[in-house]
Unconditional design. Structure first.
Ligand SMILES: Cc1cc2nc3c(=O)[nH]c(=O)nc-3n(C[C@H](O)[C@H](O)[C@H](O)COP(=O)(O)OP(=O)(O)OC[C@H]3O[C@@H](n4cnc5c(N)ncnc54)[C@H](O)[C@@H]3O)c2cc1C
Length: 526
């Protein structure tokens, strides 16, 4: 075994959650090592879609342009359980009221390239976490590599290592949930025949729906055109989850499934990738144990209904990143790191719950026809459609925090209007690219800006000409884009509440320890 190598945080897993977290930590000047057991970046994609809240946070960090460049298309609408009434995101006040259709490997590519280009951090591949121990000062991870086992010593370790998380198992964190009744398959294939009949890339979420339930034991979804001549095949069977979950899929099943839906009109040529998925729904009881934390699929798994899992993981990482960075930097107020579990566990539980509801609504059995019919009627009602679109997109997230019951902004995500700052127009989200908190005032509230002076380095104070379409004249925004204080110019309690909010989220006033820009990694020792 090699000598231990030390760093601030070890991130286990370079999926979308681990890469987003590594970004957030590196942005805050934390030294990070990212390991992944795979020898090469993933070339296959479970997820095909990004929800609007993820689009917003990518924009907030200057990564959206690269993601859109590699995307297949954008869709302005959403679905719930594949029911035939689609929903839209209008009414949630987003600059990006659309979903992005992009294979997961391309999202990971953008994040991994940016991590290397911006911070010089390369994912250490063929590095598999096999054990970990923690003590009062840190965590020691044992990692299997092609050159033998190495030990990594860090102040914190985060398991972003997917649904079968070795980190979660080593911690002994309970993962209760419901076992599977549904077994689905995704396959990426090329076609010998029929591509012309399938049309172009989806322009609406409607193009991805239209499940064929004619064969009661097998539901097939329309083929989705991907990139480079690839098409995605998806089918699923209810009542067979337990027996199918670990059985390898055969090539004959893929051919049969396409034939069932398209007859002789479409014929599969090569099968490039095959994977099973189920409606198993589990959630870790605790997202933190001491110096080890869990995020993404390591903390929750569920049916990929309405495309929420990747987004949930990215939002976990955005919530955790700045809090963990504050802890490492030494300015975190008491309870900040624990608020990660406090804020994110209920959100994870609610996604698990809505996917379980969708699993029931998708079940083709006649006994659910009545339920489906009622849900379709409900979806035609504006407020219901608005509510569910907010739920699956992550745009509705509100974190309970002091003041969140008293105004409509506190606890919610900060809107992203165009602002005029120092005579130049810019989207508000660009002011959050630093990864620091933001105290935004206007002409009438400019005097409150100096209250943040004692938090310089943790909070940027900016004055804009106005806050268009925002029901406040000043706001304090956390690094993850959520409002933690808001006030109108006439609010006499505002300065006192602002100081409280600064202490609650950004710690005691005083000098902020300097960031180690582009934190260097320690040399590898074997
Ligand atoms: C069929 C299907 C379709 C989906 N569609 C969507 C969608 O459209 N939209 C959406 O939002 N979500 C979707 N999802 C869910 C989404 O794919 C996952 O939620 C997402 O991949 C979770 O990201 P993650 O980074 O948490 O975990 P993962 O993507 O699983 O990444 C975990 C990483 O950890 C590494 N690792 C594992 N163990 C170790 C170890 N011991 N040591 C080192 N490294 C390790 C793995 O190699 C992997 O790279 C879909 C899922 C499925 C199955």
């Amino acid at each position: 075994m090699s000598t231990a190598q030390s760093t601030d945080v070890v991130v286990v897993g370079s999926g979308p959650t681990g890469l987003t977290l590594a970004h957030e930590l590196a942005l805050a000047g934390v030294r990070v090592i990212v390991i992944d057991k795979l020898a090469d970046p993933n070339e296959h994609s479970k997820a095909l879609g990004l929800q609007p809240r993820t689009v917003e946070v990518l924009d907030m960090r200057g990564l959206l342009g690269a993601v859109l460049e590699r995307s297949l298309t954008q869709v302005p609408d959403a679905h719930f359980a594949g029911l035939p009434v689609v929903m839209n995101y209008r009414g949630w006040g987003s600059r990006h009221p659309y979903g992005v259709i992009i294979p997961q490997d391309r999202v990971e590519g953008v994040l991994e390239e940016a991590l290397a280009a911006r911070y010089g951090i390369e994912v250490r591949r063929s590095h598999e976490l096999v054990d970990l121990e923690q003590d009062a000062d840190g965590v020691t991870a044992t990692v299997a590599t092609p050159h033998g086992a190495v030990r990594l010593r860090s102040r914190y370790l985060v398991g972003c290592d997917g649904s079968r998380s070795a980190v979660r198992k080593r911690l002994g964190v309970a993962f209760p949930g419901t076992r599977t009744a549904f077994s689905g398959v995704v396959a990426d294939v090329t076609l010998k025949k029929g591509a012309d009949a399938l049309g172009e890339r989806p322009k609406s979420i409607r193009d991805l729906l239209g499940v064929d339930k004619a064969h009661q034991d097998r539901m097939t979804w329309p083929l989705v055109p991907l990139q480079n001549g690839l098409y995605r095949v998806v089918w699923g069977i209810y009542g067979r989850g337990e027996t199918d979950a670990d059985r390898p899929v055969t090539e004959a099943e893929v051919h049969d499934s396409v034939r069932l839906r398209y007859g002789d009109a479409v014929e599969v040529d090569e099968i490039r990738w095959l994977s099973r998925f189920t409606d198993s729904a589990y959630q870790a009881e605790h997202y933190r144990r001491g110096r080890v934390l869990l995020a993404g699929d390591a903390a929750h798994v569920h049916l990929p209904a309405a495309g929420q899992g990747l987004n949930l993981g990215v939002q976990d990482a955005m919530n955790l990143g700045w809090k963990l960075a504050a802890e490492v930097a030494g300015w975190a107020p008491a309870g900040l790191l624990d608020s990660y579990h406090g804020e994110r566990h209920p959100i994870g539980a609610s996604v698990v719950e809505n996917t379980r509801a969708q699993a029931v609504l998708t079940n083709p059995s006649e006994e659910y026809d009545g339920l489906r019919a009622i849900f379709v009627q409900l979806l035609r009602m504006g407020p219901v459609s608005h509510y569910l679109a907010g739920m699956v997109s992550g745009l509705d997230i509100r974190y309970p925090m002091p003041g969140s019951g008293t105004d409509e902004l506190t606890g919610a995500r900060m809107p992203d209007p165009d602002l005029t700052v120092d005579g130049a127009e810019r989207p508000l989200s660009t002011l959050l690219r630093s990864g620091r908190g933001l105290l935004l005032t206007t002409g009438a509230t400019r005097r409150w800006g100096t209250l943040a002076d004692a938090w310089a380095g943790r909070v940027d104070a900016v004055t804009a000409a106005a806050l268009p379409d925002v029901p406040a004249d000043a706001v304090l925004v956390r690094p993850d884009g959520y409002v933690c204080w808001a006030a109108t110019a006439s609010d006499h309690t505002a300065p006192e509440r602002l100081t409280d909010a600064l202490e609650t989220w950004f710690g005691a006033p005083g000098p902020t320890p300097p960031r180690s820009e582009a934190a260097p990694e320690a040399a590898v020792s074997h």
